[in-house]
Design a protein around this ligand. Structure first.
Ligand code: ADP
Ligand code: G6P
Length: 460
């Protein structure tokens, strides 16, 4: 079996930022622990000089990580990746803040990754590059003479060509990505949008559902929805429900229904809209019938849009509590801190409703985690944005449009009042769609398709 080399900006280096919230690290960690290989990317540190990679080993996984300089972090990570590509890819162009030098830095950091990775590669390695931070990497690796089978997976959505065009520099990035052999997406619509953009911007020709041609070379396109370890998460949730953090939370509820939100504090997650829906519901129901707990882990705090969002969410939460609170009761608890994944699992098990209402989201693993965490005898209800990739799989959830506050309020009320038989029926259908899947299965599907010449291995 050939070695797998995973490349991602965010690497959960064992001694460092392992508790960091984010779907990419969660999806890849299980795969790498099981399969072994080399994981290459950013160390998470910002330092003075540009040094060689640092190496460490944990079990079968070797880590090779680079620090970023202050200027690289500002231009590559904060500036172009999260200030331009992230909002464009999620169709939020008004949040873009472009500076030409950030695009130059983005390209330079992608080249530095390629320059440092190339000497570490073995002849029969398969290379798997992840996410929007590294769209130039496949092109940069080819520029270094690397000929290994190379795949690229986009964890986030890809919009239609007109919406993609708003990001300066995107044409070159699409060309660079097309240097890979296999491109993976969360949904069929992300794949199709990318293919249209690649035709329009880079002259690639779509020769089938799952392939394109560019410069006489074939590039394959596949759909690989990211998965969680559902059975493992279910067991964690069940055992955590009996432990301290969940027990204290349960006791504090005094019989009220728990409405839960778990997100990174990110403009794509629809938090102000969600709080508005909750405000409407709480205004109509008796005091002390339901309490909302929103866990919002601070994220990308160097990006202005994220700092503004923090203020907006704090202020909306404050106004809900000042308007509807009682001397001995507050309807909303907002924690702007990450919790461990185990603690979150226990909280999910207690919740009657989970609000997963992003404006747009590649997949959204929280939605799948909530389903996995439920007690099959008395499950809670998932209220899910139709603009999350997960909605394609979890169609038995209450699907909502996050721009429609009243529609979301109705769905939340309906969830709070839903009889047990309907909750069980909806939950069962959702559970069946995730129970057999795993991050390892997801990874193996992609890697099998990346095996040279194996077109048949692409899932339909
Ligand atoms: P994203 O990748 O955009 O953050 P996902 O929902 O796909 O969104 O993945 C987020 C992952 O991080 C999940 O495994 C989730 O449990 C975890 N997570 C998200 N927010 C928090 C939080 N506030 N505290 C702890 N874990 C979190
Ligand atoms: C999303 C992105 C990942 C990213 C994660 C956390 O899941 O798709 O690429 O790692 O968010 O964001 P961060 O900026 O902290 O890495």
């Amino acid at each position: 079996m050939s070695r797998i080399v995973v490349v991602s900006n965010r690497v959960p280096v064992p001694s460092g930022n392992a508790g960091h919230a984010g779907g990419l690290a969660v999806a890849l960690l299980g795969l790498m622990q099981q399969r072994g290989g080399l994981w290459f990317g950013w160390s998470g540190a910002v330092t003075e000089g540009v040094g060689p990679p640092a190496f460490s080993q944990r079990g079968a996984v070797g880590y090779a990580t680079l620090d970023l300089t202050e200027a690289e972090h500002r231009g590559f990570y904060t500036g172009y990746s999260n200030g331009v590509l992230w909002p464009m890819l999620h169709s939020l162009p008004h949040l873009m803040a472009f500076r030409r030098q950030d695009l130059d830095t983005y390209r330079r950091v992608n080249r530095r990754f390629a320059d440092n990775l190339a000497p570490l590669l073995h002849q029969d390695d398969r290379i798997w590059v992840h996410d929007y931070h590294l769209m130039s990497l496949p092109g940069a690796l080819r520029g270094q003479g690397v000929r290994n089978p190379t795949g690229f997976f986009l964890h986030v959505p890809f919009p239609a060509p007109d919406a993609a065009a708003v990001a300066p520099g995107i044409r070159g990035l699409v060309q660079d990505v097309l240097a890979a052999d296999l491109l993976g997406f969360q949904t069929a619509s992300d794949r199709d949008n990318f293919a249209s953009t690649a035709s329009e911007f880079a002259g690639a020709v779509r020769t089938g559902d799952q392939q394109m041609e560019i410069g006489g070379r074939e590039v394959r396109l596949g759909v690989f929805p990211a998965e969680i370890a559902a059975r493992e998460f279910a067991a964690t949730a069940a055992s955590q429900a009996a432990l301290e953090p969940a027990r204290l939370l349960a006791r504090s509820l005094q019989g009220q229904q728990l409405v839960l939100g778990v997100d990174r504090l990110d403009p794509t997650k629809g938090l102000p809209e969600r709080l508005e829906a909750f405000r409407r519901v709480i205004a109509r129901r008796p005091a002390r019938s339901a309490t909302m707990l929103q866990i919002a882990a601070p994220s990308r705090e160097d990006v202005l849009a994220y700092r503004r969002l923090r203020q907006e969410v704090d202020s909306a939460a404050g106004s809900i509590n000042s308007e509807f609170g009682e001397p001995d009761w507050l309807p909303l608890r907002l924690l702007a801190r990450p919790q461990t994944r185990d603690t979150v699992a226990g909280f999910m098990r207690l919740a009657r409703v989970c609000l997963v209402t992003p404006i747009r989201d590649g997949m959204n693993l929280v939605a799948k985690e909530f389903i996995a965490a439920q007690d099959p005898n008395d499950p809670g209800v998932l209220v899910l944005s139709r603009f999350a990739g997960a909605a394609a799989q979890l169609s038995s959830a209450l699907l909502v449009n996050p721009h429609d506050a009243e529609g979301m309020a109705e769905a939340l009320s309906c969830a709070l009042d839903m009889p047990r038989a309907e909750r069980q029926e909806r939950w069962q259908a959702a559970w069946e769609s995730i129970a057999g899947a795993s991050p390892e299965g997801w990874g193996e599907d992609f890697l099998r398709a990346l095996a040279p010449g194996d077109l048949a291995a692409l899932p339909a």
